[in-house]
Design a protein around this ligand. Sequence first.
Ligand code: NAD
Ligand code: ZN
Length: 259
Amino acid sequence: MVSLDLVRKAARLLSGRRDAVALTGAGISVESGIPAFRGAQGLWEKYDPGEYATLHAFMRSPRKVWSMLSELLSACEGATPNGAHLGLAALERMGILRSIITQNVDGLHQAAGSRRVIEYHGNMDALVCVSCWKRFPARDRCAEGGVPVCECGQILKPDVVLFGEPIPWLAQEQAEEEAGSCGVLLVIGTSAEVSPACNIPVLSREAGAAVVEINPEPTHLTRTVTDIHIPGPASEIVRILVSELSRAVLPLSETGPRD
Ligand code: NAD
Ligand code: ZN
């Protein structure tokens, strides 16, 4: 049962602001049918990250790593945005949410209509050749299963950040800029175990922002940087948050110009 009190507390923080930013993780897409890495039914219950999610593992045994990536890719392909993705897009349209920094690679924020999305870990949509760096849409090369290959004969890697790879420089710059200048940071569906993404809430907090965490479970952020932790599923909480904020905004706009 979601605490209405806590959601209202968060709504009060957000009301009237135009500088909120969201940091999202795999948990926000769980209700769209994409498994997260950690937590119940997470992919790490089946796959050891050291063997399946590092650049080193990929280069050594691409076939093995592609077996996990194919599972994630097909989950992403069939998925549609849920209430949490749609709610964040609504908050952007309302002028409250300035941007989303996402660790997700599923494209669901954009599918929901969010426009200012920083993809911190890349996107599963694109594949890149490990040798000549040519890029391909994933759907063109993954159709037959197995390890997709480039025209040059070398293996293709999804354009996502594996452990051991740097964050794309533009995403890193934009994320630091957004996180360091927001008034409220909404941290949704992330275990905050992956570095350097886990430093983003710390950066916001140190710059004076309030941190609202939406996650069924507490994380190590909950005790250290979070101001309000709302336990529960993201879709329901964000839906209530948007409806509370719409109520706060609508009576003003419904009155129209006063002449
Ligand atoms: P994570 O897998 O480490 O943790 C998921 C978190 O989401 C947990 O804390 C869990 O309690 C929470 N959660 C589960 N269900 C939820 C719900 N309904 N609402 C809100 N929260 C919920 O995820 P992470 O911190 O993003 O780190 C994992 C890495 O895995 C990221 O870098 C990401 O790139 C990648 N990943 C992405 C996807 C995707 O794009 N959808 C899927 C799996 C993994
Ligand atoms: Zn190539």
